[in-house]
Design a protein around this ligand. Structure first.
Ligand code: ATP
Length: 301
């Protein structure tokens, strides 16, 4: 568990973090999602001990951040752009890192197995694919078996297959770790997170479990598409909050929002059937992380 309270950080006169507070639960993947320049890297650097906050408190499992450097043993950190020694072979690199932690062959073997690196051990890191380079970084980060992993944009630059494999690997690691990942890619956040923190302009503007956040922003709204130019008869239904209509390509689309939370699917179907309306498509309008993110950061919609 990571807890932060009121963290602020300025670069000169510019306030990059404006007093952020959040919790990252254990055995969980929390995604720090925000647009470019929101303060993600600054937050991760502070949590990893590479930057000191101007103000505020960070605790790892109740252990205070600023008392000594012992907290660093709790952390595996992969910075942005995945820095690795390109000229070293994978084994050489992991042995080098292991030595710096006073670790041996046993720990290297475990990290190699967990990150599926056996077949590239003798290869130069510079000659590996980006996906494998990312796995080498993950192996380095988990070598000392830290309970916390901080990963700054871990799938940036990977092709969809490599990104998928990296995500699967990270999911596998959450069994025994607290994981915080930063990203500006919505599909990435959607695919991997249990919990989400949305950061914008140095402020946390939404946080919680992904599903409860989606529920919080959900509306009781339905999309109906009809063949032809259809008159809006749905205003006759009870509890309507808003109806929008769109006519194109010989079809009419209605988006109907209700005031209550009741499941209105049967009522709508029955109504359309009674009125003999030529329904060709119907579904509940689900809110996506994309829409929530846009609404909160007010950059799109
Ligand atoms: P990105 O997704 O582009 O990496 P980010 O969310 O990680 O962005 P940060 O890198 O934390 O954002 O930067 C937050 C803000 O602080 C940005 O406006 C950035 O320009 C600024 N900033 C970051 N590092 C410094 C620095 N060393 N000196 C001055 N300003 C900085």
């Amino acid at each position: 568990m990571i807890t932060t309270e009121n963290i602020t950080k300025s670069y000169g006169n510019f306030k990059a973090l404006k007093g952020i507070s959040f919790k990252v639960p254990s055995n969980n993947i929390t995604v720090l999602l925000g647009p470019n320049g929101a303060g993600k890297t600054t937050t991760l650097r502070i949590l990893a001990g590479y930057l000191y906050p101007d103000y505020g408190k960070v605790e790892y499992f109740g252990q205070k951040y600023d008392e000594n450097l012992e907290f660093k043993k709790l952390i595996g950190y992969i910075p942005e752009n995945n820095p690795v020694y390109e000229d070293l072979e994978v084994t050489e690199y992991l042995e080098f890192v292991a030595k710096s932690y006073y670790l041996g062959k046993k720990e290297i073997k475990i990290a190699v197995e967990r990150c599926a690196l056996k077949e590239v051990l003798g290869k130069k890191i510079g000659n590996l694919s980006k996906g494998y380079k990312q796995r080498v970084s993950l192996a380095k980060a988990i070598l000392h078996n830290p309970p916390i992993l901080l990963l700054d944009e871990p799938t940036t630059g990977l092709d969809p297959n490599q990104a998928y494999q990296t995500r699967e690997l990270i999911k596998e690691l959450k069994k025994d770790k607290t994981i915080l990942i930063s990203t500006h890619i919505l599909s990435e956040a959607e695919a991997i997170c249990d919990n989400i923190l949305i950061i914008n302009k140095g402020e946390i503007c939404a946080s919680g479990e992904k599903e409860s956040l989606i529920k919080q922003y959900s509306k009781n709204s339905y999309v109906l598409r009809f063949d032809g130019d259809i008159e809006n008869k749905f205003i006759e239904m009870e509890g309507i909050k808003e109806i929008t209509a769109k006519k194109e390509n010989g079809e009419t689309e209605f988006i109907i929002e209700f005031e209550n939370d009741k499941d209105m699917r049967k009522d709508i179907i029955n109504f359309a059937y009674e009125k003999k309306l030529p329904l060709i498509e119907f579904y509940k309008n689900k809110v996506t992380l994309d829409k929530i993110f846009s609404k909160i950061t007010k950059e799109r919609l």
